[in-house]
Design a protein around this ligand. Structure first.
Ligand SMILES: [Mg+2]
Length: 238
C-alpha cells in the first residue's frame, strides 16, 4: 500500500528546459563573483565541486560539506569571502532566472499535491540535492507548489548522497521510516529518477520533459504525460 509519494522537481512538477536553466544559473553566479574570480575559472571549479558532490558515497558528510571541500581549491578566495556573496546571489539574483526561463506553474501541479496531502499521503520533493534549500524553495515557488506541508525536501545542507546513486533513495526511506513498497517515485529522468526502482520503490516516468541521456537507464513501472499522472494518482491514491 502506497503511503509516500516522492516527486522529482525540475521537469516533473516544474516544467522548463533544464539546460537553459543551468546555463542561465552559471552565467548569473559567475557574474556575481567576477570582481573576485575570473568567470571561466569559477564555473569550472563550481562544476568540478558539483561532480565531486554527486560522486561522494561518504555517509559521514553532507553534500554541502563535500562541495565546500572541493570548491575553493585554486580559486584564491576563501569560503568565508564567497559564502555571503553566494547567499546574496540566491536572495537577489537567482529569482530573476525565472524571467529568463519564463517559467509558469503547471496548472494541475499544486492541486495534485494538495489532494495527496489532504488524503493523508506523505509527500516528498526528491530533487537532486546539489543546491542549497533557498534555491530549491525558489524553484518550487516558480512552479506554484511552495508553502505546502511536505514531509521532506532534499537539499544539499541535509542530504549525504545525490542521484543517480541509489544511496540517495535509501537515505530518504531511512529518514521517513518507510519500506520501499510503501513509496512511489515520480520523475522525468530514466536514470536519476527511475534508479529508485532498484530498491523496490515503484516508479512513474513523466514524459512531458523526458530526459533519457544515461549514464544508465531503467524501465519505469508506469509512464505517461503529466495529465496521465494526475488521473493515475486520483485513482490510486484517493
Ligand atoms: Mg527532473
Amino acid at each position: 500500500m502506497i503511503r509516500a509519494i516522492l516527486f522529482d522537481l525540475d521537469g516533473t512538477l516544474v516544467h522548463y528546459d533544464y539546460d537553459t536553466f543551468v546555463h542561465a544559473y552559471l552565467g548569473a553566479v559567475a557574474r556575481k563573483v567576477a570582481h573576485l574570480v575570473e568567470p571561466k575559472r569559477f564555473v569550472k571549479q563550481l562544476l568540478a565541486a558539483t561532480e565531486a558532490m554527486i560522486a561522494s558515497l561518504d555517509h559521514t558528510r553532507t553534500n554541502m560539506e563535500v562541495f565546500w571541500e572541493y570548491f575553493p581549491n585554486g580559486l584564491d578566495v576563501s569560503m568565508e569571502v564567497l559564502t555571503p556573496i553566494l547567499e546574496e546571489f540566491y536572495l537577489q539574483d537567482f529569482p530573476r532566472i525565472q524571467e529568463v526561463l519564463q517559467v509558469a506553474p503547471v496548472p494541475a501541479a499544486r492541486g495534485l499535491v494538495e489532494r495527496l496531502l489532504t488524503n493523508g499521503y506523505e509527500v516528498v520533493i526528491a530533487t537532486n540535492p546539489v543546491f542549497p534549500a533557498i534555491a530549491i524553495e525558489e524553484r518550487m515557488r516558480w512552479g506554484g507548489i511552495d508553502g505546502l506541508d511536505y514531509h521532506l525536501v532534499t537539499t544539499y545542507e541535509t542530504s549525504r548522497f545525490c542521484k543517480p546513486n541509489v544511496e540517495y533513495y535509501a537515505e530518504i526511506l531511512e529518514s521517513m521510516g518507510r519500506m520501499p513498497e510503501e513509496c512511489i517515485m515520480i520523475g522525468n529522468n530514466t536514470c536519476e529518477d527511475l534508479v529508485a526502482g532498484d530498491l523496490g520503490i515503484k516508479t512513474y516516468l513523466v514524459e512531458d520533459c523526458l530526459l533519457d541521456m544515461g549514464p544508465f537507464r531503467r524501465e519505469p513501472d508506469y509512464r505517461g504525460s503529466f495529465d496521465d499522472l494526475v488521473r493515475f494518482l486520483e485513482e490510486k491514491c484517493s
